[in-house]
Design a protein around this ligand. Structure first.
Ligand SMILES: NC(=O)c1ccc[n+]([C@@H]2O[C@H](COP(=O)([O-])OP(=O)(O)OC[C@H]3O[C@@H](n4cnc5c(N)ncnc54)[C@H](OP(=O)(O)O)[C@@H]3O)[C@@H](O)[C@H]2O)c1
Length: 344
């Protein structure tokens, strides 16, 4: 089978297309004929590593997210899974066997059924962005630990950077849960994307005063899904409602932040760091279940109409796919491991 691997860290050109033997699934594992591999910033950050040209042994197949059809299962896994269309999450976390290959062997617990009307494209967009967004939306002290219709009724969510992949997922999940959603963006085009995702209100943080605009709209924000705490901590502190939380999932724009202590004591605000890989087990399981339920309900959309334009690359252009994500292309980068599907 064809697989993309890297055996040293570095630029996208360390990604190499090779011929590889198809592995057998071990106990508790499933083998998936991969149709799409979804590329996330975590994939290029891992590939780049902390120093260039560090040896990666065994060679790493990148790709946490993906979708495809289960083609074999190991001992202890329900054989009814074989032939099922699925999406995959965290295939390559502490494992060498990511989704950028024709057959990926992953823990069966990281495989979730994809309803017949949900495309492989959609399936490959779910893992990292939606599970991260779910965690961010469920860490607020007086808020819900599960999402779904009504869960965020009468609550306000602020999504910083609503045109990003995680931002898009946060908007979609928050709207599915009936929150009022405000999003910040940096351009008119990104404003359109956030509205297409479902944001009720959009603020251009380059042209408008975010605090003034939010105060005009609501009395306070219950949950902030934050991509750039270094840039936005001051704003977040000013708009948080009592018992509100700032869920920080990235250090885009800077690795340090300044938070005003006194003003954050009175509302008992919570500043919560989020890393999807190490989220508590129960929270991760809830996220997987809720995202699957949202997909089953037809509440999750991808593509330009949903504010998430899709950019397809063939397997042999995996390096270009990584470079596109690394240069912050707007939307979602997908690697077509198997030919483009025909959706009924
Ligand atoms: N902790 C975790 O578990 C986790 C999970 C997933 C992703 N991440 C990280 O999260 C980051 C985003 O991932 P992604 O896939 O969503 O990337 P993406 O699609 O490139 O989105 C990043 C978004 O952040 C916005 N942004 C940057 N600075 C901003 C600011 N000061 N205010 C408002 N928005 C701002 C960008 O828009 P503008 O530049 O136009 O503002 C862009 O829309 C990456 O660093 C990634 O590694 C972390």
């Amino acid at each position: 089978m064809r697989a993309v691997v890297y055996s040293k860290t570095g630029d996208p050109d360390v990604l190499t297309l090779i011929d590889k033997a198809v592995a057998e699934p071990g106990p508790g594992q499933a083998r998936i004929r991969v149709h799409r591999s979804g590329v996330n910033p975590t994939d290029w950050k891992s590939r780049r590593g902390s120093s260039a040209a560090a040896v990666v042994d065994p060679p790493q197949v990148p790709g946490q997210d993906g979708s495809g059809v289960v083609d074999a299962v190991g001992i202890g896994v329900d054989t009814a899974l074989v032939g099922q269309r699925v999406w995959i999450w965290e295939a390559a976390y502490r494992r060498a066997d990511g989704t950028t290959q024709e057959f990926a062997v992953v823990p069966a617990s990281h495989v979730v059924r994809l309803p017949p009307d949900a495309s492989f494209d959609l399936g490959a967009c779910l893992g990292i962005p939606f599970l991260t967004a779910h965690r961010c939306l469920t860490v607020t002290e007086d808020g819900p630990s599960r999402l779904g219709p009504g869960a965020l009724q009468d609550r306000v969510v602020l999504v910083a950077g609503g045109a990003g992949a995680v931002g898009n997922a946060a908007i979609q999940l928050a709207r599915w849960s009936d929150a009022t959603v405000i999003s910040t963006v940096s351009s008119a085009a990104k404003a359109q994307a956030a509205v297409a995702a479902g944001a009720d209100h959009v603020i251009d943080y380059r042209r408008q005063d975010v605090v003034t605009e939010i105060r005009r709209l609501v009395s306070g924000v219950n949950t902030i899904v934050e991509v750039s705490p270094s840039a936005n901590a001051g704003i977040d502190a000013e708009v948080l409602a009592r018992h509100g939380s700032v869920a920080m999932y990235a250090d885009d724009g800077g690795g340090e932040m300044t938070v005003p202590v006194r003003s954050q004591m009175a509302p008992n605000s919570r500043w919560q760091f989020v890393l999807v890989y190490t989220a508590p087990k129960q929270a991760k399981a809830a996220a997987v279940d809720d995202v699957a339920a949202a997909v089953a309900a037809g509440a999750i959309r991808v593509g330009a109409d949903a504010g998430l334009p899709l950019h397809h690359f063939p397997l042999e252009d995996a390096a270009a796919a990584h470079a596109a994500v690394e240069s912050s292309i707007v939307g979602k980068v997908l690697i077509d491991v198997a030919p483009i599907e025909v959706v009924p």
